[in-house]
Ligand binder design. Structure first.
Ligand code: AHG
Ligand code: MN
Ligand code: MN
Length: 343
């Protein structure tokens, strides 16, 4: 079967045409994010060369400032969002507070800066120097204030209010995976033409899997119900495909991407050190939860749906259980102590 040929921009325009009242701004915003990630991808692929080419300390041989990749990724995204004219505020893991953007960058009087974006500019940054896949995560909402620069209320909306979400994974190839609520679609960057080409249309995550993804080094710090769940997955029972395989890359985007395509559950529970877990609600859990639900999966903080959480602050953390629906449901049962004696 010939795959339908399409580029990312073509795909978003076709989605836009389904809504006659659409102004095209979301399409342009998503195209801007894709452009920013292409620029980041170039730098990520050069990262290993930074030392080899004599780029040392803060200045390289050309006297250019050499930035840490996550600071560089953050700067590129902020610049492109400002120049794009479609956002009234940008929030980032690298920024203490939200960055209001006034509407002087608007392209013309027909458009308004009606969106806000949350970014994890570079996820998995501890893996940069060892050539392991890393990524950029994005989440888009419509503003709730009427005009001018955005306000905090625009930036603290429930995950269910997202209008788009996705990530770019800088791995053996650079892939963009996104949703606007019409399914999940994947695009692979063809560097020779500089386009993200459609490679995975309508991604669906397998209902049930045989893979779990967690940092087992935290085992002794977890509550008993989580320890019982992981122990259960490692018991032998061919009927329930146990023992599961363990896969943990340490880059959320990479672990999530593998589970999205092959099936699996990723968990980062709370523990005695991280009372609310380690991962951030607004720019890690919410965008990936929108994606996984659109792909038929499930995402929970162990007790309830991630997307229903009312955010209190920009950098708040949450426990995260995300992936194949049946696996997440079973994990929730263990946490609710409904599964004292595994069936
Ligand atoms: P970031 O690099 O954006 O700070 O995110 C790192 C996160 C996430 O990518 C990954 O799943 C998790 O940290 C790994 O944490 P541990 O090293 O504690 O397992
Ligand atoms: Mn991250
Ligand atoms: Mn990060």
């Amino acid at each position: 079967m010939v795959k339908s040929f399409s580029t990312f921009y073509r795909h978003i325009i076709e989605e836009e045409r389904k809504y006659p009242e659409a102004t095209g701004q979301l399409s342009d915003l998503l195209a801007d994010i894709a452009l920013a990630c292409k620029v980041i991808s170039l730098e990520v692929n050069r990262a290993g060369l930074i030392d080899i080419l004599g780029f040392t300390g803060e200045e390289n041989v050309q006297g250019e400032e050499v930035k840490k990749l996550d600071v560089y990724a953050n700067d590129v995204l902020k610049y492109v969002m400002k120049q794009g004219g479609h956002t009234c505020a940008v929030c980032s893991e690298e920024e203490e507070s939200f960055i209001p953007i006034d509407d002087k960058f608007k392209k013309n009087k027909f458009v308004s800066n009606k969106y806000i974006c949350h970014f994890d500019p570079l996820d998995g940054s501890s893996n940069i120097d060892v050539n392991v896949s890393i990524g950029t995560i994005f989440s888009v909402y419509k503003r709730v204030t009427s005009s001018g620069p955005g306000a905090l209320i625009d930036c603290l909306q429930k995950g269910t209010e997202q209008v788009a979400a996705g990530y770019v994974i800088y791995g053996s190839s650079t892939m963009l995976v996104y949703t606007t609520g019409e399914g999940v679609h994947g695009f692979t960057l063809d560097p020779s033409v500089g386009e993200f080409l459609l490679s995975n249309e309508n991604i669906k995550i397998p209902e049930k899997s045989k893979t779990y993804s967690v940092n087992e080094g935290n085992f002794s710090k977890w509550q008993k119900e989580v320890r019982d769940y992981i122990t259960y997955l490692k018991d032998t029972d061919p009927e329930t495909s146990r023992p599961y395989s363990s896969r943990y890359i340490g880059s959320l985007v990479a672990d999530f991407h593998r589970n999205l395509l092959y099936g699996g559950i990723f968990l980062y529970p709370s523990d005695i050190k991280n009372k609310n877990g380690k991962l951030r609600l607004m720019y890690e859990a919410n965008p990936l939860s929108f994606l996984v639900e659109q792909a038929g999966g499930r995402s929970s903080d162990g007790a309830g749906r991630i997307l229903d959480i009312e955010p209190k602050n920009l950098h708040q953390r949450t426990p995260l259980f995300i992936g194949s629906a049946e696996d997440v449901k079973l994990a929730e049962k263990f946490l609710a102590r409904e599964n004292k004696h595994p069936d």
